[in-house]
Write a protein that binds this ligand. Structure first.
Ligand SMILES: CC(C)(COP(=O)(O)OP(=O)(O)OC[C@H]1O[C@@H](n2cnc3c(N)ncnc32)[C@H](O)[C@@H]1OP(=O)(O)O)[C@@H](O)C(=O)NCCC(=O)NCCS
Length: 201
């Protein structure tokens, strides 16, 4: 499934709190995505990939993600602070996609993961995805807390902690608080910021 074609040039870029902005990433964002992942602290990088990976593997992963998955980034100016990914296809079957998240180490626990997951939920509905899989190491309390917030029941499977977010339920939970309302996300590439464009908080 090649999501990116569904997202070309549709939505304006939006300003979040202060100077934070949210937009879809495309293949042209490979170098900033790579920089973002390299900036993660050792333990966070290890949590993100469930271990260490080679440079060659990472390059292939970045290219595959930016070409074939939904990738949403949070920016402070030109600096990419956080990314959420939604990967479909493979063995997962129809209407199911797997998520991945990376928040810059100095920006953790400030709500960026929550911000991204609600945008991912909206993107999932727009792409006929009804279930989002979250898979992480059992020691990853942050990711498990984030997934639980949107209805996932995290359970051991092999050496991993795995949960499923029902997208409709996740959006319902997101809607219970006004600050969780889904936000518009800009298409890949530079986007014009419309005057006064601010999401609901
Ligand atoms: C997991 C991750 C994406 C969470 O992002 P974040 O921006 O820190 O998350 P938020 O600030 O939105 O917090 C989400 C919830 O998790 C909770 N939480 C965050 N870090 C936590 C921790 N270390 N322990 C327990 N709960 C935690 C928060 O309290 C919040 O719940 P609340 O709203 O009820 O208070 C981020 O920590 C990260 O990028 N980690 C490294 C990479 C990784 O592990 N990726 C996941 C595997 S793909």
């Amino acid at each position: 499934m090649f999501f990116r074609f569904l997202f070309k040039g549709r939505e304006p870029e939006f300003t979040l709190d202060g100077d934070l902005r949210l937009r879809h990433l495309g293949p042209e964002d490979a170098s900033i995505f790579r920089d973002h992942l390299h900036e993660l602290h050792y333990a966070d990088f290890r949590d993100r990939f469930n271990g260490l990976v080679s440079d060659a593997w990472l390059e292939a992963y970045i290219a595959d993600s930016l070409n074939n998955a939904i990738c949403i980034g949070v920016f402070l100016g030109d600096h990419l602070l956080a990314v959420a990914e939604l990967h479909a296809g493979g063995m997962m079957g129809e209407h199911v996609a797997e998520s991945a998240f990376s928040v810059a180490s100095d920006w953790r626990r400030k709500g960026l993961g929550t911000l991204l997951i609600r945008s991912l939920l909206k993107a999932a509905t727009e792409n006929d995805i009804s279930t989002i899989i979250v898979e992480t190491g059992p020691q990853n309390h942050a990711m498990k807390a984030l997934a639980r917030k949107f209805g996932a029941k995290m359970q051991f499977s092999g050496d991993q902690s795995v949960g499923r977010i029902n997208v409709a339920e996740g959006l319902r939970l997101a809607g219970r608080r006004r600050s969780f309302a889904p936000l518009p996300v800009a298409a890949p590439g530079p986007a014009e910021l419309p005057p006064g464009a601010m999401p609901a908080h």
